[in-house]
Every structure is written in structure tokens, then in C-alpha cells.
Design a protein around this ligand. Structure first.
Ligand code: EPU
Length: 337
């Protein structure tokens, strides 16, 4: 097991921020993970997965553990469904493609989401009407303090909109090592209700879509709106869509009758942060080497050599401006480090 000193994390975060790690260790087995954790005691650690949901605003004064655990296996199956165990270091989209190749359905709407399997439960990733929690069975995680392996069921995880127990009550205490998902083998339950998917399938003249058709439609939609992190550094949606009271929404609608909303409960609605940011004038704005994407205002981008601090300052300016114009708070979805 080797630990490397003073490592650039530029190629390990999709924002492409050139922060440095004091030291770095590539974790390729659970035994290795346990050994490192035992040795580290109370020294600071930083757990790195796909690096797709973080903005590094400073160098990491810690040992970075790069969770590079690989493997996909079928745990159990019936005629209709299959439970698959995927290790934390598997790339999410490659896993989706593997499932499509095997005709396993349930995650096709989440095609092309950046990041790894192990980080998917932390923020309950989701897109086009499907969230990880819809197919999630359980995950295994190592307790950092005593290196025991614990299983978290779906209810243990307390999933919410881009939320879970791993971001709340037990934040920083566990490392997810594998995830079990239940997918369909037959009678796939297609989720085609999302407007953009309907129009994409219409454009391609598809009446009876397969899971592959839906994946293709989602891929086309995402590629048309979201920048490819390999070309332009970004972390997908930088902010969450805010959930506000119906009362506040009615007030907002008096001034902005065109604002759209999604009902959460009798007393709350979710409104699109992308719309608020666009209305506030930020869509497509570029400042030096960073800015707001021109096709999706929820996405902040690094055109090359921006620092994390630059991007964070822009995020704060957007939050302040949105608050001033609409009296709505927008929270970051991305973890600010
Ligand atoms: N909108 C604008 N201007 C913009 C962007 C969006 O007015 O620049 C409006 C759109 O017109 C639409 C509404 O906002 O009425 C919603 O837009 P969209 O369908 O593109 O989805 P989103 O709310 O912006 C969310 C997720 C995405 C996910 C899509 C599709 C969050 C924070 N983001 O975006 O997830 O792909 O829905 O389901 O919930 C991610 O988390 O990184 C991510 C990309």
C-alpha cells in the first residue's frame, strides 16, 4: 500500500479544480481500507469517490482515500427481478450501461449522471422522475472509528430530495463500500411522464419505448443542456431547487406569474432554481475562467483554470441576488470543501 505526497486533485474532481492533497492513497480492497483506517487513528481523512459533487476551495490538509473498489455481481434473482451488488468505486454511468446490456430496468432515467456508485446514496441522485431510492435495497458501509461493516436498509438511509442520513445525522462517520439495487428483468416499469422525455421519444417516432430507448432519450436531453465535465469542468446542478411554502409561492406569483412549481405537499411547493438564476440575469454569464452555463443556469462551470474560491464567490453572489429579487433562499447541492 503506497501513500503519495502532495498530489494534484485536478483530474479527481469533475469541476477540474487544481487543489492539492497532502497525501493520497488509492484504496482497491476493503482489507486495505481497514488497514489504513486502523493506522490513521485520529489523523484527518478525506474520502473521495467520483469527485462529481464537490467544489474544492482549498488544498486538502488530510490523507485522501480514493475509494476505487470494483466489482458488480448478481446477488439473487427471480423471473421478474434481480438484486445486484455493485462496489463503491464503479462509475455510475458505466453501471447503467452494464444494466442496459443485461436488460435490467429501473435506472435508465438516470443515464449519464456523473459520479460513482458509492456516492449515489449520499445525495440520493435522481433525474427525469426517478431517484436512487426507487431501486435501492441496502448498502454496506465501514464505520471509520472501529472499522466494522454495517448494513443500511432503505429506511435506515432516510432518503429525501438530494438528501440522506449520510449527509445529516452520521455525516463523515462512514465510508460506503457497496450498494445493492433491485432492478426489473421483465415488465419494466417505464417512467416516461417527464415532458422532455415525451418530446424526445416523439421526435424519434418511438411509440413503445424500451429501457434502451429511454436511456438514449435521457442521454440526448442531458447532452443538449449539461456540459460534459471532460470538456468543461462542472458538478451538475450547483444548487437545489428550493422548497417554499404555498403562501410564499402565492406572493412570488403575484410579481412573477410565469414561475412554474411542483407540489410537494398541501403546504409546500418546489420551484426551479434554474429559472430564478436565469431571471436574475446570470445564465451564460462568464467571469474570467468561470461562469454560469449558457444552456442550464443551475450549472456553474470552470472553463479551465478557475479556482474553487472564484466559483464559490460567484455562487454566493447568485444566492444573494436571488434572495434580493425573489426573497427565496437557494442552497448549494454541491459540497463546498
Ligand atoms: N429552467 C429555466 N432556466 C434554466 C434552467 C431551468 O428556466 O436555465 C426551468 C426550466 O424551464 C424548467 C425548470 O427550470 O421549467 C426545470 O428545469 P429542468 O427540467 O432542466 O430540471 P432542473 O430542475 O433544472 C433537475 C435536477 C437535475 C436533473 C433534472 C431532470 C436538481 C437540483 N437538479 O434539474 O439533476 O437532471 O432535474 O430531472 O434537482 C444534478 O443534480 O446534478 C442534476 C443535473
Amino acid at each position: 500500500m503506497t501513500t503519495t505526497k502532495n498530489v494534484s486533485l485536478k483530474s479527481f474532481n469533475t469541476f477540474g479544480i487544481d487543489a492539492k492533497a497532502d497525501s493520497f492513497c488509492n484504496i482497491t480492497s476493503i482489507e486495505m481500507l481497514h488497514t489504513v483506517l486502523k493506522k490513521q487513528h485520529s489523523n484527518p481523512l478525506f474520502i473521495l469517490g467520483g469527485g462529481s459533487n464537490m467544489l474544492l476551495t482549498q488544498d486538502i490538509k488530510a490523507l485522501v482515500l480514493y475509494i476505487n473498489l470494483k466489482g458488480i455481481e448478481v446477488i439473487s434473482e427471480t423471473d421478474d427481478s434481480v438484486v445486484i451488488k455493485a462496489m463503491a468505486g464503479e462509475n455510475w454511468h458505466e453501471f447503467v450501461l452494464w444494466c442496459l446490456n443485461n436488460n435490467y430496468g429501473g435506472i435508465e432515467n438516470m443515464s449519464l449522471i456523473p459520479g460513482n456508485i458509492g456516492t449515489a446514496p449520499i445525495q440520493n441522485i435522481g433525474a427525469y422522475g426517478v431517484e436512487l431510492k426507487d431501486v435501492f435495497v441496502s448498502c454496506e458501509a465501514t464505520n471509520i472509528k472501529n472499522q466494522t461493516t454495517e448494513t443500511f436498509t432503505k429506511s435506515d438511509c432516510k432518503f429525501g430530495y438530494r438528501e440522506s442520513i449520510f449527509k445529516q445525522d452520521i455525516k463523515g462517520q462512514y465510508i460506503i463500500t457497496s450498494v445493492n439495487l433491485e432492478l426489473t428483468k421483465a415488465n419494466h416499469k417505464l417512467q416516461t411522464g417527464y415532458g422532455a422525455i415525451i418530446s424526445e421519444l416523439e421526435t424519434s417516432n418511438i411509440d413503445n419505448p424500451t429501457i434502451q430507448d429511454i436511456s438514449n432519450a435521457v442521454t440526448t436531453i442531458r447532452q443538449s443542456k449539461l456540459p460534459d465535465p471532460k470538456e468543461i469542468g462542472n458538478s451538475g446542478s450547483f444548487f437545489k431547487n428550493p422548497i417554499i411554502s404555498t403562501e410564499q409561492f402565492n406572493k412570488l406569483r403575484e410579481n412573477f406569474p410565469e414561475v412554474s412549481s411542483y407540489k410537494i405537499s398541501d403546504t409546500e411547493v418546489k420551484i426551479p432554481a434554474g429559472w430564478l438564476i436565469e431571471k436574475a440575469g446570470f445564465k451564460g454569464k462568464r467571469f474570467k475562467d468561470y461562469g454560469v452555463h449558457n444552456k442550464q443556469a443551475l450549472v456553474l462551470v470552470n472553463y479551465g483554470n478557475a479556482s474553487g474560491k472564484d466559483v464559490f464567490e460567484l455562487a454566493k453572489l447568485i444566492q444573494k441576488t436571488v434572495k434580493r429579487i425573489f426573497n427565496v433562499d437557494i442552497e448549494t447541492e454541491v459540497n463546498i470543501i
